[in-house]
Write a protein that binds this ligand. Sequence first.
Ligand code: TXA
Ligand code: MG
Length: 309
Amino acid sequence: MKAIKKAAEIIRQGGLVAFPTETVYGLGADARNQEACLNIYKAKGRSSHNPLIVHVSTLAQGMKLAEFNDDALKLADLWPGPLTIVLPQKKDANIADCVTAGLDTIAIRIPFHSTALELINVSGCAIAAPSANKSGSLSTTSAEHVKANFGTEIFTLGTKQNCSIGLESTIIDLSTNKPTILRHGFFTLEIFEKLLNKEIKVADKDSKIKAPGMLLKHYAPITNIRLEANFLQKDEIGLNFGNSTLDTSHSLNLSIKSDLLEAALNLYNFLHILDNFCIKNNIKTITIAPIPHIGIGIAINDRLKRAGS
Ligand code: TXA
Ligand code: MG
C-alpha cells in the first residue's frame, strides 16, 4: 500500500502519524477525534493547556472551522505556507475539545509541503498536529529525528522533498482587534504590516494574549547553549554563522555564505548533530556565533534564546 494511503487509514482509524511539512515534522491525528488527539498530548508529554494547530488543505475547509475576518482573508493569500492564524472558532466546527485546550479560538494552517497536503486530502479531515518531538525538546526536520524521539511506535512518512524552511510557522493572532505575532517565523512583522496596512504587535512575556506553548524553555537540546559568542572556551563546540571562527574540528557552520534562510533550514539538524556529539564525547556546551537580527534571523534568535534558557 502506498505510504500516504496507509497513513491516511491510520488517521481515519484514530491513530497518530508523523508527517513532513515545509517547516518541521508534525505529529498528526484526526482533529475531530478527542481520544486520538489526547494521544498526541500523551505521546509528546505535552501540557493539556497547550493547544494544537489544525492543518487543512484549502481555505474553504478552514472557513468551516474559524470565523475569518478581513485581515485573515488578506493573510490567507500567504497560504499554503509557513503561517498559522489564530481566529475565533466556529460553534459548529466539530473539533475535539482538547485540540483548542478549552480556548474559544483555533489556530489554522495550510501547509505547503505536498506530502502534508496529500495526507490531509486522502484522510478527508482536518489534522491536528504539534511539532513531532517530545515536549520541550528540539523540533524535528527528518524522519530520523522523529524516530529518535518516538522510536518506531509512531508511523512516520518519509519524504524526498525535505522540510524547506526548517523552523516552525509564524503564528499571528487575529482573534482580537490588535493583530499580534505570537511566534516569529519565516513571515515577518514587516510583511504583515504591509499586507494589512496597520500596526502589528508582538506578544511579550507581559502580554495577555500569547501562545500558551511559548514557555521560555523550549526547543532545547540536552547540552548547554551559549549564545552570541566570539570565542570558544574549554569543553565547548562551535556553531558558526558566516565568517565567524568558533573553531574545533567538529564545529559546524549554519551558513558559510551568511544566508539566513540556509541557517534556518540547518538550525535544528545541526543542533541535533552537535547535541549527539557532545553527549557521546562529554562536551559541556554548544557555543553559537551571533546571528543577524533581521528577517528570519529574528525567528532563529528567538528559538536559540529559548533553547539556551
Ligand atoms: O510549523 C508549525 O507550526 C508546526 C508544523 C507541524 O505545522 N507545528 C508546530 O506546532 O510548531 P506546536 O504545537 O509545536 O506549536 C503550536 C503553537 C503552540 O505554541 C500553541 O500554544 C500555539 O501554537 N497555539 C495553538 N492554538 C492556539 C490558540 N488557539 N491560541 C494561541 N496559540 C495557539
Ligand atoms: Mg513545538
